[in-house]
Design a protein around this ligand. Structure first.
Ligand SMILES: Nc1nc2c(c(=O)[nH]1)N(C=O)[C@@H](CNc1ccc(C(=O)N[C@@H](CCC(=O)O)C(=O)O)cc1)CN2
Ligand SMILES: Nc1ncnc2c1ncn2[C@@H]1O[C@H](COP(=O)(O)OP(=O)(O)OP(=O)(O)O)[C@@H](O)[C@H]1O
Length: 194
C-alpha cells in the first residue's frame, strides 16, 4: 500500500539522483545565481544569525553565501547531529577557523564544543537544505526528521527558508502532521515567499 512515508521514500530517491546528476558546471552556475538573490535578501532583512549547511549529495553549494555573511558581520552557524539525542540538531558557530569533522552521514560539521553552541532561539534565519519542495512551503528533507523534530520541539522565532535547485520542484509532496512549513525558498531562479 502506498503511504505518505513510502511515497516520500520514492520521491527522495528520485530527487536525490536528479541533483547528484548535475554537472560541476551546472552546480557552479546554480551556486553563483543563488548568491545574487541571497545578497539582495541580506541587504533587505539584515539578519543577525543565519544557519546554513555544507553541501553534500548534490545540494546547492551555499559556501559563498556564508562567506558573504562573514564579510557583513552576520554570525553563521551550522547544524550538528546530536549524537545523544535522536532526531535533534544543535547549532554551532561557524567561521573560517572552525574545526570540522565528518558526522555519521559523512557530512562535515563543527566539532562539538559546548562554548561554540548557539541556542536555536538566537537564530534569525535558517537556510534548510531540501531534497524537494513545492510552491506552498512544503518540503522533503533527507528523511531523518532532524529539522522537523528540532523546530517543533524547541521554541524559536527563526524564519525558515529552503534552498534548492529548480529541478527539485515537485508539486506532489505528501504532507504529514509533523512537517514544519517554510516561509520562503531560494533557487537559482529567484526567491519565493509563501
Ligand atoms: N548538508 C546537509 N547537512 C545536514 C542535513 C542535510 O540534509 N544536508 N541534515 C538534514 O536533516 C542534517 C543531517 N541529516 C541527514 C539525514 C539523513 C542522511 C542520510 O544520508 N541518510 C541515509 C540513510 C542513513 C541511514 O539511516 O543509515 C540515506 O538516506 O541514504 C543524511 C543527513 C544536518 N546536516
Ligand atoms: N515532530 C516530530 N515528532 C516525532 N517524530 C517526527 C517528527 N518529525 C519527524 N518525525 C519522524 O521523522 C521521520 C522522518 O520525517 P520526514 O519524512 O518528514 O523527514 P524530512 O522532513 O525529510 O527530514 P528532515 O526534517 O530531517 O529534513 C518520520 O518518519 C517521523 O517518524
Amino acid at each position: 500500500m502506498s503511504t505518505p512515508t513510502s511515497e516520500k521514500k520514492a520521491l527522495r530517491h528520485h530527487y536525490r539522483a536528479l541533483r547528484r546528476g548535475l554537472t560541476a558546471q551546472q552546480q557552479q552556475s546554480a551556486s553563483d545565481a543563488l548568491l545574487t538573490h541571497v545578497a539582495t535578501y541580506l541587504d533587505k532583512v539584515n539578519p543577525s544569525v543565519v544557519s546554513g549547511y555544507l553541501a553534500n549529495d548534490g545540494e546547492i553549494d551555499i559556501a559563498p553565501i556564508l562567506a558573504l555573511c562573514w564579510q557583513r558581520d552576520i554570525t553563521t552557524v551550522l547544524p550538528i547531529v546530536d549524537p545523544n539525542n535522536t532526531r535533534q540538531l544543535v547549532f554551532a558557530r561557524y567561521d573560517s577557523s572552525t574545526q570540522l569533522r565528518d558526522n555519521t552521514y559523512g557530512i562535515p560539521e563543527p566539532v562539538f564544543n559546548q562554548n561554540g553552541l548557539v541556542p536555536l532561539a538566537d537564530i534569525s534565519h535558517i537556510l534548510l537544505p531540501l531534497v524537494a519542495f513545492n510552491l506552498h512551503g512544503h518540503r522533503l528533507g533527507m528523511g531523518g526528521g532532524y529539522y522537523d523534530t528540532t523546530l517543533s520541539s524547541n521554541p524559536h522565532t527563526a524564519k525558515l527558508i529552503g534552498v534548492a535547485h529548480d529541478i527539485q520542484l515537485c508539486e506532489d509532496i505528501p504532507i504529514e502532521p509533523w512537517d514544519v512549513p517554510l516561509a520562503g525558498i531560494f533557487t537559482p531562479s529567484g526567491f519565493s515567499s509563501f
